[in-house]
Design a binder for this molecule. Structure first.
Ligand SMILES: [Zn+2]
Length: 94
């Protein structure tokens, strides 16, 4: 089991989180004017990297915030974690 370091709650079991997918995927820059091929590439095709990989996780049973985690896919070592949408207040109060 992975221990994910939520920047808001601290280290928590992965069972508290929902996997949100590949964090390196972005929609086509053309937006709604992008071709079907560009949308197909963005929505369905993923790399399967060996080594550092950016993933999105939602802390469902915790702070209910999205975090981006950089994880080594070989060793499962967590290299970095950050809140995707930081709180408007620096002290973390909602
Ligand atoms: Zn959290």
């Amino acid at each position: 089991m992975l221990l994910l370091p939520c920047p808001f709650c601290g280290a928590r079991a992965e069972t508290e989180f929902v996997f949100g997918g590949d964090g390196s995927v972005a929609p086509p820059p053309e937006g709604e004017n992008a071709s079907d091929a560009a949308w197909t590439e963005a929505l369905y095709f993923r790399d399967n990297p060996r080594g550092a990989h950016r993933e999105l996780w939602f802390h469902r049973h915790g702070c209910r915030r999205w975090i981006a985690v950089e994880r080594d896919t070989v060793s499962h070592a967590i290299l970095r974690a950050e809140l995707l949408v930081p709180s408007a207040r620096k002290d973390g109060q909602a």
